[in-house]
Design a protein around this ligand. Structure first.
Ligand code: HEC
Length: 709
């Protein structure tokens, strides 16, 4: 039986009193002394590739900062990025220089010892294309190779910069900019090539991974995740083989499969491993007439580094129907399983199961739920296929399925500590979504094409309770949890609950530590073996990015990029309060400045009364348009996820110019799309009226809360 250590109480209490650091330090009281004796013994240790090492374990052998002295961490330096939206990058540290990215794909290089800005590069992405980014205009970082820094820009360019100066060495366009492609992921290096994928499956694209020569930028190969129109011929036999698993006219809606995050290279096997994306549209019925597995959607694929041709594939979700991407971080390890030392690849994709595969053959070794799932009751290890529950294949009737499109885990990196044998996994527990196939679906370029009903579900038929079957996995009360997963025992060894659904990536170190930032803006350290909270610092703004660590001149540093956004910062309110604020890179060291002043969140405008029409039909129409056209950025029910404007709190003058903002592109330079094509004048009237009703409801709630105090 999995043992769940009840840390949630301590954590909830600590979160309420972030300044009482010593009282929140768990069993082990921090000791004040910095171990000066180790200074000479600590060689320079940098962070030169996305996941720290080729296996992407994010485990650092540095042990100057330990579970017993972590309480002495203080600020070394910080750097304000000047951008507000989601900050997801893993900074790299090479030759004493730190390279990181911010929203809209701009790159900055800092002196890693002092935080001094060395250079800045802005690819000048046209902000009116920001609507193509389903999940915020984020960027997860750069790759470094041979004195060059590589960045994928949101608009689909891959750019090589001189690491010393930030000057462009070469630049190439990796996508058709007439299609809704984006790049948010960090490029990776394999055998002298730069690898980059793309995103856009929600809007209707055909996903692929490209490899370019790192010196010249010339394209080396391309792996197509899904087939195109058969009438135009297939690029290669891998694509032809995939086409046999598709039906209907999927190419008209793109097919999807965009590999927007994880790429790992094993130089011994000369294989590139890539996680592929969800189907476009999400509904299998609309995408492929409800038939066929739809290769290579939602799969782990192994490609030969020389030509990009398929070595093996494992399809995690055959016939994806739920936006279950398999792009989540992939990690390589050598594990002793039943007495046999195996080269494995591990992943915790959105669907809630933790997978371990033999990375030489692609054979599934284990798959076990790390969170509650209701779409399947388990994974059959013989066939490798999931055992789906009936509700998973929803139709016109609304079915609640767990996890929802946000997944039980997304791009937030996990780490693996070989001393404890544990994978530290940031998870969302028990999120669900009401899926139903959109009736009369037609593909509309320039907008979300999920084929799943968003907006009001009123009047739609629903599955009744008897039609549901049990799924698998633990039922937890907390919306989020840090799970310390034992990939050999196939169960968690300890779990820390969080009061918010989505939290940052993790880092583990030889100092018996795990570091993770939270949606609440608090950076925490836990003991790696037992999950005891041993340190925390309130940084003010929600954290998504994973921390990194490095050593220069005998000092170990801990660094993390802070800034709230991403899918959760847009669509869902993940924590109480608002966490919008300017991004900042924080760097800590033992004996640093204890006076840590959090970034101040941006204050909300005052609410004032503006009248509205309470006609139920008009309100329903407004709610529906909001759900279809605005929700993905401004939050469900007009409650902002914290990254973009909460429309209930807009200034009265803003409602007066709503037509300019929504239908005429007045704010397109800020990333607010021109929706004139989709929202008519009448639609806007209904929308505005509904927004004002949401504002009035919020005002009433705020007044009630004030009276109670
Ligand atoms: C692709 C994402 C996206 C979508 C979809 C979107 N917006 Fe925006 N919106 C933005 C961004 C980005 C801004 C500017 C930054 C900010 O205000 O936080 C913005 C700003 C605004 C503002 C100005 C807010 C203020 O207080 O100044 C209004 C009003 C607004 N949007 C209304 C809407 C409405 C109504 C819809 C649906 C019809 C919509 N938006 C759909 C991204 C989006």
């Amino acid at each position: 039986m999995p043992k769940f250590t009840p840390k949630s109480f301590l954590l909830a209490w600590c979160a309420a009193a972030p300044l009482l650091l010593t009282a929140c330090s768990g069993d082990r009281a921090p000791t004040a002394a910095t171990p000066t004796a180790t200074v000479a013994a600590l060689p320079d240790t940098e962070w030169t590739t996305y996941g720290l090492d080729a296996a992407e374990t994010r485990y650092s052998p540095l042990a100057q900062i330990t579970a017993s002295n972590v309480g002495d961490l203080g600020l070394a330096w910080s750097f304000d990025t000047g951008e507000v939206r989601g900050h997801e990058a893993t900074p790299l540290i090479v030759d004493g220089v730190m390279y990181a990215t911010r929203p809209w794909s701009s790159v900055f290089a800092l002196d890693a010892r002092s935080g001094k800005l060395l250079w800045n590069y802005d690819p000048q992405v046209d902000k009116s294309m920001g609507w193509k980014a389903c999940c915020d205009v984020v960027n997860r970082g750069v790759a470094y190779y041979d004195n060059k820094v590589f960045v994928g820009a949101l608009d689909g360019r891959l750019i090589a910069l001189d690491a010393k100066t930030g000057q462009v060495v070469w630049e190439t366009l990796t996508v058709d900019q007439g299609e809704p492609y984006t790049i948010t992921g960090a490029p990776r290096i394999a055998d002298g090539k730069v690898l980059i994928g793309n995103g856009g499956a929600e809007l209707g694209t055909r996903g692929y991974l490209s490899a370019y020569d790192a010196q010249t930028g010339a394209q080396a190969w391309r792996f197509w995740v899904v087939p195109g129109n058969p009438a135009q011929g297939f690029e290669n036999p891998d694509v032809e083989r995939a086409a046999a698993t598709w039906f209907g006219k999927w190419w008209e809606v793109g097919g999807g499969g965009t590999p927007w995050d994880s790429i790992v290279y094993d130089p011994d096997l000369r294989l590139v491993y890539v996680g592929t994306g969800n189907g476009s549209p999400w509904s299998h019925e609309l995408r492929s007439e409800g038939k066929g597995d739809n290769l290579y959607l939602s799969s782990i694929v192994a490609l030969k580094v020389d030509d990009g041709r398929l070595a093996w594939y494992y399809q995690v979700n055959p016939a994806d129907n739920w936006d279950y991407t398999v792009v989540q971080p992939l990690m390589l390890a050598n594990l002793s399983i039943n007495g046999v030392l195996r080269k494995v690849i591990m992943q915790a994709p959105k669907n809630g199961f933790f997978y371990v595969l033999d990375r030489e053959t692609g054979r599934l070794l284990s798959a076990d739920p790390y969170s509650k799932v209701t779409w399947a009751s388990g994974i059959d290890l013989e066939s490798g296929r999931p055992i789906e529950t009936p509700q998973a294949r929803y139709g016109a009737a609304v079915a609640m399925v767990t996890p929802g499109p946000g997944g039980a885990h997304s791009w937030h990196p996990m780490s693996f500590n070989p001393n404890t044998g544990l994978v530290y996994l940031p998870t969302t527990q028990g999120s669900s979504f009401a899926y139903s196939v959109e009736q009369n679906f037609v593909y509309k370029p320039g907008t979300w094409n999920t084929g799943v009903t968003f907006g009001t579900l009123q009047g739609l038929p629903r599955l009744n309770a008897e039609q549901y079957r049990p799924g698998a996995g633990p039922e937890r009360d907390a919306p989020g949890a840090l799970v310390a997963w034992d990939p050999i025992a196939r169960q968690p060894r300890w779990v820390v609950d969080y009061p918010f659904a989505i939290n940052g990536g993790t880092l583990s170190t030889a100092g018996n530590l795990v570091f993770q930032g939270g949606a609440d803006g608090i950076l925490r350290a836990f003991t790696a073996d037992s999950g005891d909270l041993v340190w925390m610092a309130d940084l003010g703004v929600g954290i998504m990015a994973p921390p990194v660590t490095y050593a220069l001149d005998g000092t170990q540093y801990l660094a993390v990029l802070v800034g709230w956004g991403g899918a959760s910062g847009l669509i869902g309110k993940s924590a109480a309060g608002t966490f919008k604020g300017e991004g900042r890179l924080w760097t800590f060291k033992l004996g640093g400045d204890k006076n840590i002043v959090p970034v101040e969140g941006q204050p909300m405008h005052e609410l004032s009364e503006i009248s509205f029409d309470d006609n139920p039909e008009l309100l329903a129409r407004g709610a529906d348009i909001y759900g279809k056209r605005c929700m993905v950025c401004h939050g469900a029910n007009a409650v902002s996820g914290g990254s973009l404007a909460d429309l209930r709190y807009a200034l009265p003058a803003t409602y007066d110019i709503l037509d300019n903002i929504v239908r005429q592109g007045a704010y397109s330079g800020l990333g607010m799309p021109n929706l004139g094509k989709w929202v008519s004048e009448d639609d806007l009237k209904a929308l505005k009226n509904w927004l004002l009703s949401r504002r009035a409801a919020e005002m009433a709630a705020v007044q009630q809360a004030a009276q109670r105090q």
